[in-house]
Design a protein around this ligand. Structure first.
Ligand SMILES: Cc1cc2nc3c(=O)[nH]c(=O)nc-3n(C[C@H](O)[C@H](O)[C@H](O)COP(=O)(O)OP(=O)(O)OC[C@H]3O[C@@H](n4cnc5c(N)ncnc54)[C@H](O)[C@@H]3O)c2cc1C
Length: 539
């Protein structure tokens, strides 16, 4: 069963290895064991629903509690402390398109707010009801999970939008295909959610980001169905799909989508290499990307992430042995780990592997084969479970990300890391912060930052610490002209930074589209950009 106040299936755990706990406590101090609110108490605090009885709307406290929050750190603090504040008044599970249309009309006509809900894995507050005098209906799309069409000649598959990552891959793999979209939230996130948030999978370098995979589909809107026909390419004016991508539930409900698929690769391999420092590693991955070498993933950790990843792996003997060996050959305190993916037919993979190793060596890097890559692959969807164990040991973990041109990545990384490292100095608390380049492009890279700090016994204080850190890092990102999000989207947590990135004209354009598509302000208000008049944005 899905955890109601943490990540993933409650039968799966990823215990914190004792050496990892010691390692974290050496940096942050001892974490305190703080009792979480119980499910029973949390259910008891769900207020009465404001909806009258409706055959398609569930109003029981369990449904409303489990759809009240996503997976951001503020969401975790709220769920674990029982201070959830706002709940949907009801949850509906449409079975087909006509249910979706009925629910849209019901919400508009009854003055309710409607929040489309995919897998609820948002990390920026996308699916949270905000305070409102109107009742809130969460529309959970998980029953819309069918394959609609498979065009093998064109390598296109059409699915209902509530289908999850594993469901898509199960259907496609059985027919010899893959979509290849593997965000770390793969287990729970959905096709509609990926499109609505402009998601990026771990191997997007090979398979493409969701905007490359999304070929067309349908959105149910207040004006009727918006059909986006599939064309391999088009010069017929602006691309409507680009407006639907990242629309965060504000323009309509995506009911189906056609995606570009590929045959299952003959080989899927992950290899590792070490560099003396981050700069040489970063020069190597840039060269690999700019040379167009056929890798599927390039993930370069900084030295602290390299050290922390090895400490958290729980493979103490192997790590000790590797540490001694690497020190011996002078890959010592600043060493950085690169994990790179190779995907395709045997011949292409062999060639790409040789080419990548050549570039790595030319930057004094050390290719080490596939042992570490295999470990990474085994835990690629398991590592979010560690967040449960860290929380229970007294530590809060969050991540943030941006993307910038190569010429700016390093200075931004340095400043973001510093802003977080010293972000709780005034409270005399330490922060463990590390980063990796998670997705690379010819012109730049995304920077993915993880930070941990101690929880306080007062949840408001834990939230205050997060606010200090998040705001400091976001300001730095904006000052370097990085995007406020490379893959997580905007939601509530990033909406105030959007005008810096899109400019006033850009925000006005988006708001005008929103106004046309949702004149009654029914769809997920308060997300993506602050609601209010255009004059307020102008200021
Ligand atoms: C542990 C963890 C790891 C993650 N790793 C990644 C990663 O590697 N890459 C990445 O990109 N993201 C990642 N994320 C973030 C998150 O998984 C993505 O944003 C994902 O795309 C959200 O999908 P979802 O189905 O859960 O959508 P939800 O969280 O349910 O919804 C997100 C937004 O999309 C809207 N929406 C959902 N479905 C529809 C629909 N059918 N029509 C219209 N609007 C809709 C919602 O209204 C909401 O605004 C991670 C999150 C977690 C918790």
């Amino acid at each position: 069963m899905r955890r109601w106040n943490g990540w993933g299936d409650d039968s799966v755990t990823y215990p914190l290895p004792p050496t990892a706990r010691d390692y974290i406590e050496r940096i942050l101090g001892r974490g305190s064991l703080i009792q979480d609110a119980s499910l029973q108490d949390s259910l008891a605090s769900v207020p009465s629903s404001r909806f009258p009885a409706h055959p398609h709307i569930k109003t029981d406290p369990f449904e409303r509690l489990t759809h009240a929050r996503g997976q951001s750190l503020p969401d975790w603090i709220a769920l674990r402390s029982g201070r959830i504040l706002n709940y949907p008044d009801g949850v509906a599970y449409p079975q087909d398109r006509s249910d979706l249309i009925d629910l849209l009309n019901f919400s508009r006509d009854s003055g309710a707010i409607l929040i489309p809900y995919g897998g609820g894995t948002s990390v920026v507050g996308h699916i949270n009801p905000l305070p409102s005098s109107d009742p809130v209906l969460t529309v959970d799309l998980s029953h819309l999970n069918h394959l609609l069409d498979l065009d093998e000649t064109s390598r296109l598959a059409s699915f209902e939008a509530g289908i999850s990552g594993p469901q898509i891959e199960k259907i496609l793999n059985a027919r010899g295909y893959t979509l290849g979209h593997f965000p770390q939230s793969f287990e729970l996130s959905t096709l509609g959610g990926w499109i609505a948030t402009r998601s990026s999978g771990q191997q997007s370098y090979h398979y493409g980001r969701i905007e490359d995979l999304f070929a067309g589909g349908r959105m149910e809107t207040f004006h009727g169905p918006l059909d986006m026909p599939v064309h391999p390419a088009s010069a017929a004016g602006p691309d409507i799909k680009q407006i639907i991508l990242g629309s965060e539930g504000r323009l309509g409900i995506i009911s189906s989508a056609a995606v570009r698929i590929q045959p299952l690769p003959e080989v899927e391999s992950f290899q590792a290499a070490f560099f003396h420092d981050w700069q040489s590693g970063s020069d190597a991955v840039r060269e690999i990307a700019q040379a167009g070498i056929s890798v599927s993933m390039l993930r370069l950790s900084n030295s602290l992430e390299t050290e922390t990843t090895l400490a958290l792996s729980g493979k103490d003997d192997l790590v000790r042995w590797a540490d001694r060996a690497l020190n011996w050959i002078r890959y010592d305190q600043d060493r950085c780990l690169l994990i790179y993916g190779l995907t395709g037919d045997r011949k292409t993979v062999r060639f790409a592997s040789r080419q990548a190793a050549q570039v790595i060596r030319s930057h004094a890097g050390l290719p080490t084969g596939s042992t570490i890559g295999k470990m990474w692959r085994k835990s690629r969807f398991l590592s979010p479970y560690l967040r449960n164990s860290l929380w229970e040991a007294g530590f809060a973990l969050d991540t943030l990300e941006t993307a910038l041109p190569w010429s700016k990545v390093h200075s931004c990384a340095l400043d973001v890391l510093n802003s977080l490292k010293h972000g709780l100095q005034s409270l005399e608390e330490h922060v463990l912060v590390f980063a990796h380049l998670s997705h690379v492009y010819r012109d730049g890279a995304s920077l993915y930052v993880t930070y941990l700090y101690r929880r306080s016994s007062d949840p408001d204080q834990t939230l205050h610490r997060w606010q200090l850190l998040k705001s400091a890092a976001s300001q730095v990102i904006i000052s370097h002209q990085g995007t406020i999000s490379h893959q997580h989207g905007v939601g509530v947590d990033h909406r105030d930074y959007l005008v810096e990135e899109k400019g006033v004209i850009g925000i006005q354009m988006l708001k005008a589209i929103d106004q046309y598509m949702d004149p009654t302000g029914t769809l997920n208000p308060g997300k993506l950009f602050p609601d209010g008049s255009l004059d307020e944005v102008e200021k």
